[in-house]
Design a protein around this ligand. Structure first.
Ligand SMILES: [Zn+2]
Length: 177
């Protein structure tokens, strides 16, 4: 007998308002977007402003979401800092951002390491032309999450990316001051 998959707490609690055409989880609005939409936007910004600037801009978008969600759900569910990180990693998978695995969280040292298998951004990008990582939105979410929890600036890197041939994308976030 096959084990049934674990329940998806986010999908189970998602509220659809047909009049507004909105989806919300605990009062926070979400939207479903094809990864290709994000990645074509990313490619357009890369062509327009260069890969480095594109990475910074997408990072900023992810950062805002990670910081807001980390704070909101920490308050909503009365989570410790460590529980908030576990919650966000599980939520990442539940909203389709890939299979998140928390590798290391050292709050006193201000360090977070996460691996993400099957990143939809890496899959949509297919192959990074020069080996650079492409999952800037995930990197931003993790940066914003840790920065919000520590109330400190952080530096976030994607040290390996599936779009550059790594078996999984890997992220390291460190407090920067
Ligand atoms: Zn990646």
């Amino acid at each position: 007998m096959e084990a049934s998959p674990p329940a998806n707490a986010i999908l189970a609690a998602l509220q659809w308002d047909p009049a507004a055409g909105s989806l919300a989880y605990n009062g926070v609005r979400y939207l479903l977007v094809r990864p290709e939409t994000v990645i074509e936007f990313q490619r357009a910004v890369e062509a327009h402003a260069g890969a480095e600037a594109a990475g910074e801009l997408l990072y900023a978008g992810g950062f805002a979401g990670g910081q807001l969600s980390g704070r909101r759900y920490r308050e909503e569910f009365k989570l410790s800092e460590a529980e908030a990180v576990t919650f966000m990693c599980r939520m990442g998978g539940e909203i389709g951002w890939g299979a998140f695995e928390l590798l290391r969280l050292d709050l006193p040292a201000g360090r977070l390491e996460v691996a993400v298998r099957a990143s939809p951004f890496a899959q949509a990008y297919a192959r990074s032309p020069d080996g650079r990582p492409v999952c800037h939105l995930i990197r931003g979410v993790l940066g914003g999450l840790l920065s919000g929890l520590l109330a400190r600036p952080v530096r976030a890197r994607e040290t390996g990316c599936a779009a550059a041939g790594a078996p999984a994308c890997r992220f390291v976030v460190e407090a920067s001051s």
